[in-house]
Design a protein around this ligand. Structure first.
Ligand code: GTP
Ligand code: MG
Length: 296
């Protein structure tokens, strides 16, 4: 019997959803940073075992939106339950706040929720996990409760086995070698945005979007030439992104190149441009342009 299904990964910003997606796939496709609201769209990741196909959907963290981009993000998360067979609901054990979790949980429709207590590596006294379990399971019914560390990959294998047990009988939706439905150019843009999220502070990272404008592979040289544009919201932000003598942009470019070389399995020549688009997070046209539009 072959099993398959859609597994939605949900929770508050920064809970470790994208880290868990990457850990389960054994391959990095989703951007991860220590800042909240890193993920902006649904990101599908497919893992195929001999008797089972997992279709994971990583989602943006659920928060109170302050602009149109935020509204789009929360909608992306909430609509991911439409087709989900199983929901993985992640909480960060090291910063657990019951009231905030309640607010988020209230917005989630769907059954078959597995509560994942993540970042257990950051909790020194393991007894401190017990009240989290008690509070959460008194409030909502969970199919299972699983403590893990997505970062250290502790418990991830067991979690996969548990999900496999619970998946319904179903077809192989995608060919064996499918990893994601994201176009290559989008993954490239996300890797670059991840480095910007990691290197910039204050409000700057939240107002950044990246587009991959061209990507050409030269087989003879095993070289991929990529040109991408970084959009930010102010001239002052542009100056900070570029940095003194271009040093910040250079650092971001070289960190991104490192990931991109692994991803493309080739040498990478990366050209980055920085442009200002005032208030794009509230512009329907710009949001659409950057790929922040409903997929269905
Ligand atoms: N110590 C520890 N850190 C973790 C763990 N899982 C994730 N992190 C860190 O938590 C931060 C947020 O991780 P992400 O995977 O980007 O979290 P997310 O839930 O996808 O966040 P958004 O996309 O912003 O909603 C990163 O700095 C991760 O390295 C864990 O198990 N242990
Ligand atoms: Mg994420």
């Amino acid at each position: 019997m072959f099993k398959s299904g859609f597994i939605s990964i949900m929770g508050r910003p920064n809970a470790g959803k994208s880290t868990l997606l990457n850990a389960m796939l054994g391959e990095k496709i989703a951007a991860v940073s220590s800042k909240p609201q890193t993920t902006r769209t649904q990101i599908m990741g497919v893992l195929t075992h001999e008797n089972c196909q997992f279709v994971f959907v990583d989602t943006p963290g659920i928060h109170k939106p302050k602009n149109k981009l935020g509204k789009f993000m929360v909608k992306e998360a909430e609509t991911s339950t439409d087709e989900a067979d199983i929901i993985l609901y992640l909480v960060d054990a090291s910063t657990f706040n019951f009231e905030r979790e309640q607010e988020v949980l209230d917005g989630i429709n769907g059954k078959n929720i597995i509560l994942i207590i993540n970042k257990t590596d950051k909790v020194e006294e393991k007894e401190n996990i017990l009240p989290i379990i008690a509070n959460m399971s008194n409030y909502r019914e969970f199919e299972e409760i699983v403590p893990i560390s997505a970062l250290k990959k502790d418990g991830v294998e067991d979690l996969l086995n548990l999900i496999e047990e619970k998946l319904p009988e179903g077809p192989k939706f995608f060919p064996d070698d499918t990893l994601t439905d994201q176009p290559e150019k989008q993954i490239v843009a996300e890797f670059i945005r991840e480095k910007l999220m990691r290197n910039l502070n204050d409000e700057i990272p939240f107002g950044i979007a990246v587009t991959t404008d061209s990507m050409k592979y030269n087989e003879g040289k095993n070289l991929t030439s990529i040109s991408a544009t970084i959009y930010c919201e102010r001239d002052s932000h542009k100056a900070i992104i570029i940095g003194k003598k271009g040093e910040t942009l250079k650092k971001i470019g070289s960190q991104a190149r490192h990931d991109l070389e692994r991803f493309t399995q080739s040498k990478v020549f990366l050209e980055l441009w920085v442009k200002v688009k005032d208030n794009w997070r509230n512009s329907d046209i710009m949001l659409k342009n950057f790929g922040y539009k409903e997929q269905k």
